[in-house]
Design a protein around this ligand. Structure first.
Ligand SMILES: NC(=O)c1ccc[n+]([C@@H]2O[C@H](COP(=O)([O-])OP(=O)(O)OC[C@H]3O[C@@H](n4cnc5c(N)ncnc54)[C@H](OP(=O)(O)O)[C@@H]3O)[C@@H](O)[C@H]2O)c1
Length: 328
């Protein structure tokens, strides 16, 4: 099969097309003919050599999410059959014509979505569910602040939390991005280049602060996050793009009884990821089918344009998801 491989750590140009053996299905897995694969920021980190694939993942083929058609089923597969249209969270190897996935990490492609749209869902939907609703315990009526509101993660968090009854605030780096986030449902988007987000949140919430913050920034954002969290607030980290070593005022943490947590999805086991898939199918897939939650795609590239797609992601010009199309 053809795959996009990382030839060596480096810039987007190290992504090249190569021939690789079609993966062999293991018990409990299906083989998917990949029609489209989503691109995520962790793929960029992997390409640069800063995010080694966990054990069991293909060493040089990136890609954490795919959509396509099941062409083979392994032993112990009980639910899926050949010909089913699925999208799947995968441990790696998504940038290829074929990819294996555990049955439990596959979800049906909703009838109203294309393969490219379905491929844009798994990584951010699993991550947001796991961190905002499981770890962060966001409840209807509570408020959420998401940094990077126009990122793939951001557009997912805005829509999911709004649909499930929360008020969502976001930060973003330009007025255009802010407008885009408010059009998706954010009650207020704060341009962090023009305003101190922490002061803005406290003003917008009459000094109460927000109940949950989904943070991918870290660094000097962390003390500011703590300043604008409500009493019993939860701060959930999914990355630390501005720095992993931070200084915080522990008195504030104790005074407000704040929980600080975080997680990394990729290295978690199949059972954990399958449990998230079940929750998504129950709570979120009906909202995709009804159109209340929509995939947000900024640009679809042909598979042999993976380098251009990574360049776009690194420019941070995009709003929403970037997808590679392998077949139609
Ligand atoms: N822990 C996990 O399991 C997990 C899983 C998936 C993703 N993630 C993380 O979630 C984040 C979003 O992923 P994605 O695929 O949605 O990425 P993405 O679409 O590329 O979005 C990243 C956004 O972050 C903002 N940004 C970039 N560098 C920044 C900086 N130095 N300071 C402040 N903001 C910055 C940019 O928005 P502005 O222009 O508005 O600044 C950009 O749009 C990534 O950090 C990724 O590693 C974690």
């Amino acid at each position: 099969m053809k795959a996009i491989i990382i030839t060596q750590p480096g810039g987007p140009e190290v992504l090249q097309i190569a021939e690789r053996p079609t993966p062999i299905v293991k018990p409990g897995e299906v083989l998917i003919k990949v029609m489209a694969a989503g691109i995520n920021r962790p793929d960029v980190a992997q390409r640069k050599g800063n995010y080694p694939p966990p054990p069991g993942a293909p060493v040089d083929i990136p890609g954490l999410e795919v959509a396509g058609i099941v062409t083979e089923i392994g032993s112990d597969v009980t639910r899926l059959k050949i010909g089913d249209k699925v999208c799947a969270l995968v441990i790696g190897g998504g940038y290829a014509e074929y990819c294996t996935a555990p049955e439990g990490q596959c979800l049906p492609v909703p009838d109203n979505l294309s393969f490219a749209e379905a491929a844009s869902l798994p990584e951010t939907f699993f991550t947001v569910w796991s961190n905002v609703f499981d770890r962060g315990q966001l409840k209807p009526g509570e408020s959420l602040l998401v940094h990077g509101g126009s990122s793939g993660i951001g557009v997912t968090a805005i829509q999911m939390a709004t649909a499930l009854g929360s008020e969502v605030y976001v930060t973003a780096g330009s007025d255009d991005k802010c407008k885009f986030c408010e059009n998706l449902g954010a009650v207020k988007a704060i341009n962090y280049n023009q305003e101190n987000f922490s002061d803005a949140i406290n003003k917008l919430t009459d000094g109460k602060g927000v109940d949950v913050i989904l943070d991918m920034i870290g660094g000097d954002y962390t003390p500011l996050n703590i300043k604008c969290l409500a009493t019993e607030g939860r701060l959930v980290h999914i990355n630390s793009m501005k720095g992993k070593n931070v200084t915080i005022d522990l008195t504030e943490v104790m005074r407000k009884r704040i929980n600080i947590t975080g997680s990394m999805l990729r290295s978690r086991d199949v059972e954990f990821k399958s449990a998230i898939a079940q929750n998504l199918q129950t709570h979120i897939w009906p909202l995709l089918a009804s159109g209340k939650i929509k995939p947000v795609i900024y640009k679809v590239f042909a598979a042999d344009e993976a380098a251009e797609a990574h360049e776009l992601m690194e420019s941070s010009e995009h709003m929403g998801k970037i997808v590679l199309q392998f077949a139609k």
